[in-house]
Design a protein. Structure first.
Length: 647
């Protein structure tokens, strides 16, 4: 893994006078690349690079150019099919000086231009400077595993792997995007292309950006399709097993120690199983646990580790509020409310003590309909389809409004969400199911001025657009499509990227190989979810690989006991950042926050997600906006002597 940053003055003004700024931007990313740094200054462009050495330790220095120095690249990620691409490009006359995957990007761009991204199999965010055409080309991988942000300040385009690199550029406006605030409060993450800052944008997954003298344009080059063009093969599970095995195999290439995360769940266990078939030495596995039994998966991880005789490592997690949360806030750059960032950071930290690269099981639930919410959504749509639209909203809406809210009761007694969702449109219902703070609570929480400034904006509109853009034949595939565009890249993958990069660990996700994704999407929904049975085709593909207990046990998820921690170890942070008027953001109504805290502290209502989300927002705001004059998202000043090696 690496970190990249850059400056492009589209007016054509030379960039060397901003060399110190480029160095400052780049060095905010030192955690992403502690092994090496490099710079290019060429006319109006400046490229910066921090390296975590994985492949071709001696020859992988960046920025890297083609034979005559007319095309340069800085690159974060891995191109797994680079050996095949290298042979193909050499046959076309391109001359390679290294054995790194980075160099194939340069020559692929020379050969195919922007369409080169279609040829890459991997995870990537990169910038190519085309000297002849005076054009900057930015690209991000299909699923959004590697991040890339950009902004314009006057005629200058700036970009970086993390927002903090952009914030190191003088004059960047830090005004909040209120629509992004609304999105965060609902989802606890911010969907692309928005960021928390009005003038900073994410390059969406599967998109590239072209910048030149005449302007900046963004283009989509790939999309996941659920519209099967032909019936599945007679033995689709066997074909899926072959694709999964290959996806794992090509991710085992590394010149540094490699291992895997192991939760004991189906997905990570399957990855470890496939790794064990390929590696000649025991897989190095890392697992974390909690003292609270309901959240502790260590016994399941041990069982799988024993099955494959892995070199297994464990760590018991306890809340360390000051050290962990402040560190996570700094690394995530914008408000991020998925509490599983905490265990992801801890398992990354544990893994980094033994390896530099780890494989994970991320993507299995999105590909094969593993989330419980998919079952609920299918059930709601079945009822919705039986009732005429003219009756659904008045009848079910009225019943849902009258039905008592009882989230303090066991799940079996909670019918309000189901009844209300049937009254909603399919996309509104799925948004409601995904919402961590529901729309009516968000409206209560926000101040009157903020609600007025939003001018009727609804975060549910994001899901509506995606629901209609999906080409799937049923509600399940449309829900999966929404997740591939929102929850997966901006929650799951952002969480893993920032937590792992915080400790300079590279994480690879074989279940999100785009060949796996495309094949899974082409299969009919009934092969993934049938009644209450989920991930059917995936389980069939790996049958015999894992212990039967792993195949049949209920999904736990990568959860942490945040609700209990908020009442105990984290209570001082709640008082400092949620209840204290000096640190609480004026966007929020204090009376509502105080009410939520009383309900949660007394045990009357579970307000974990609401309080955690506000805590994360206010800690972020205090770190990145309120005290911007003193920290500027940089850990230290950069000496002018530090940029003496720039070309």
């Amino acid at each position: 893994m690496c970190g990249i940053a850059g400056i492009f003055d589209r007016s054509g003004e030379s960039a060397p006078r901003r060399a110190d700024i480029l160095a400052r931007m780049t060095r905010t990313l030192v955690h992403r690349g502690p092994d090496d740094e490099g710079y290019l200054i060429d006319g109006p462009v400046g490229l910066g690079f921090r390296r975590l050495s994985i492949i071709d330790l001696a020859g992988g220095h960046q920025p890297l150019s083609n034979e005559d120095g007319s095309v340069w690249v800085v690159f974060n990620g891995e191109i797994y099919n680079y050996p095949d691409l290298t042979h193909e490009l050499e046959a076309k006359g391109h001359v390679f000086r290294t054995r790194s995957d980075t160099e194939c990007i340069v020559h692929a761009y020379e050969e195919w231009g922007p369409e080169c991204v279609q040829r890459f199999r991997g995870m990537f965010a990169f910038a190519v400077w085309d000297q002849r055409q005076q054009r900057l080309f930015l690209a991000r991988d299909r699923l959004g595993k590697k991040p890339l942000y950009y902004a314009t300040v006057g005629d200058t385009l700036i970009f970086g792997s993390e927002i903090k690199a952009l914030l190191a550029y003088p004059g960047l406006d830090r005004s909040l995007d209120l629509q992004a605030v609304s999105d965060f409060l609902s989802l606890l993450f911010i969907p692309a292309p928005k960021s928390i800052f009005q003038h900073v944008r994410k390059l969406p997954a599967a998109h590239y950006l072209v910048a030149g003298r005449r302007g900046v344009s963004v283009h989509r080059y790939w999309d996941v399709s659920f519209a099967a063009t032909e019936p599945p093969l007679s033995r689709p599970a066997e074909r899926l097993a072959e694709i999964l095995h290959e996806a794992v195999r090509i991710r085992l290439r590394s010149d540094v120690p490699l291992g895997a995360f192991l939760s004991g769940g189906l997905d990570s266990s399957a990855v470890v199983g496939f790794m064990s078939r390929e590696l000649k030495t025991p897989v190095v596995t890392s697992s974390i646990g909690f003292s609270e039994a309901a959240f502790n998966e260590l016994p399941y991880a041990r069982e799988v580790a024993g099955r494959f005789q892995t070199n297994h490592h464990e760590h018991m997690v306890a809340p360390d509020a000051l050290e962990v949360l402040e560190r996570l806030v700094w690394h995530y750059d914008e408000p991020f409310g998925d509490s599983s960032a905490v265990p992801t950071y801890y398992v990354s930290k544990l893994a980094r003590t033994h390896v530099t690269v780890a494989l994970s099981g991320d993507g299995g639930d999105e590909n094969f309909a593993g989330y419980r919410r998919y079952r609920f959504d299918v059930r709601e749509n079945a009822v919705r389809n039986m009732v005429p639209a003219s009756l659904r909203r008045p009848v079910f809406g009225l019943v849902g409004a009258l039905y008592p809210k009882a989230d303090y009761l066991p799940q079996i007694f909670r019918g309000k969400a189901f009844i209300s969702n049937v009254a909603r449109t399919p996309w509104e219902a799925y948004f409601y199911s995904m919402s961590c703070i529901h729309e009516e609570d968000v409206l209560q929480l926000l101040s009157g001025d903020t609600r007025a400034a939003l001018d009727g904006y609804r975060s549910a509109n994001v899901f509506e657009e995606l629901y209609h853009a999906a080409d799937g034949p049923d509600s399940l595939s449309r829900a999966q499509y929404i997740d591939f565009k929102t929850y997966l890249p901006e929650d799951i993958l952002a969480k893993v990227d920032r937590a792992s990069m915080a400790v300079s660990l590279e994480v690879r996700c074989p279940l999100l190989d785009h060949h796996v994704v495309e094949y899974a999407a082409s299969l009919p929904s009934h092969l993934k979810l049938h009644g209450t049975r989920s991930k059917l085709i995936f389980k069939e593909a790996i049958r015999g690989l894992l212990p039967e207990s792993t195949m049949t046990r209920s999904k736990m998820g990568f959860a942490v006991p945040i609700g209990a921690w908020l009442r105990t170890d984290l209570q001082p942070l709640v008082r400092d950042y949620v209840l204290d008027s000096g640190t609480r953001h004026p966007l929020f109504e204090p009376v509502v926050l105080q009410k939520w805290w009383r309900e949660h502290a007394s045990g009357l209502r579970d307000r974990t997600t609401e309080l955690w989300g506000i805590l994360m927002f206010n800690m972020w705001y205090d770190r990145f906006v309120r005290t911007a004059e003193t920290n500027m998202a940089c850990e230290s000043a950069v000496s002018p002597d530090a940029v003496g090696g720039m070309r």
